[in-house]
Design a protein around this ligand. Structure first.
Ligand SMILES: [Fe+2]
Length: 252
């Protein structure tokens, strides 16, 4: 699998830009879930997940003063940020992974052509469309230096609102069939509890698939489950994390 040849690059990102690595892990986990719902065949799914894990690797060389700036970026700083898809794609291509590099290069394109390089519609590789969608959801629900996180239901409304402009409407139409992508799931405790059970079984599957708890997707799924458990705690006064579940599953 492609990730092996990129091991050093992933390790460098984990060591030197931990926050970025966790974001990439979350995007890879979401991208995998999108691939499953779209019934994407296995090799394309693996390539999409691997490129999602590397999608922001081009940010490794950008100064934290710009990346983590609490205020608005000026034009010059924006032009630096905008180099990361192409730089990331080159880094991955240099390591012989040209099939992944296209997804990385085009992960900031938009369906309507108003993204970084102006590709539109299905000119954008499917993997890159999936990464863009996963990236948007994770970015909206995560804390950033310049804003508080959006509630999950609000973030999903925003994604639905942008179908046909930012995102491929056909992809969104398929995703909304599943509870995960419906804002209502996160507004009703009973629906949320049902979703949490789904998330637990995905966590167990990933732990088994990757033989332990140290794979980026396992970590990301564990974080996602914690996110939902905290939300449930908000509704019911319950407070807890999935650490005991991980312990039971893995024996740690
Ligand atoms: Fe990016």
């Amino acid at each position: 699998m492609s990730v092996e040849s990129l091991g050093t690059l992933i390790k460098t990102m984990e060591r030197s830009r931990t926050k970025l690595f966790y974001h990439c892990s979350a995007v890879a986990n979401l991208a995998d879930r999108i691939c499953i719902l779209l019934k994407i065949e296995n090799s394309l799914r693996q390539r999409t997940v691997a490129s999602a894990l590397m999608h922001d690797v081009g940010k490794i060389d950008i100064s934290p003063a710009i990346l983590d700036k609490p205020g608005k970026l000026n034009a010059e700083e924006w032009s630096v940020i905008k180099t990361h898809p192409l730089n990331g794609a080159s880094m991955v291509k240099e390591r012989g992974e040209s099939k992944l590099s296209e997804n990385i290069r085009y992960h900031h394109e938009r369906w309507d052509g108003k993204g970084y390089e102006g590709l539109s519609g299905n000119q954008i590789p499917l993997g890159a469309q999936i990464i863009a969608l996963a990236d948007s959801l994770d970015a909206m629900v995560s804390r950033r230096p310049y804003r508080t996180p959006l509630r999950l239901d609000a973030a999903l409304h925003e994604i639905h609102r942008n179908r046909g402009t930012q995102f491929n409407p056909e992809i969104i139409n398929v995703l909304v069939e599943s509870a995960f992508w419906q804002p209502e799931t996160y507004l009703h405790p009973t629906k949320l509890e049902r979703q949490i059970e789904e998330e637990k079984s995905r966590l167990v599957q990933l732990v088994q698939l990757y033989a332990g708890t140290h794979h980026p997707l396992v970590y990301a799924q564990s974080q996602w489950l914690d996110h939902l458990l905290n939300l449930l705690g908000y509704y019911s006064g319950f407070s807890g994390t999935n650490k005991s579940l991980l312990r039971n599953t893995t024996g740690f």
